[in-house]
Design a binder for this molecule. Sequence first.
Ligand code: SF4
Ligand SMILES: [Zn+2]
Length: 115
Amino acid sequence: MRTPAGKECKYYYEDFHRGRSKQECRLLNASGEGSKWHPDDCSNCPVPEILLANACEHMELSARIVPGFIWIPRKVEVTAYCNEHDLDVQDPYVGCQHCGGRGAEILRAIQEGDL
Ligand code: SF4
Ligand SMILES: [Zn+2]
């Protein structure tokens, strides 16, 4: 679904049908921070770019709101975990190094007609 910031995000949900007015971030909901979320947070959130850069099905994202302070803007901070290899993912844009290796193998097999 397209966020208020105009980017696709699978965690964004809205419902304005039949008088309803519901907007939520289901990633922050899952992290227990849903009540802190505001639609403006989507404009300063890295998740849409992370999802574009790395669609690994084993990577699970978590997010929290980091409050702003004077000149430092409020932001959504994201961490990632690989459920397949049980490790913290250092760079969610790149993904788990083990899954990345296997993804490259699968891609090569598809290109070579083995899959
Ligand atoms: S805050 Fe980030 S993860 Fe949540 S709906 Fe907006 S763009 Fe998606
Ligand atoms: Zn992995």
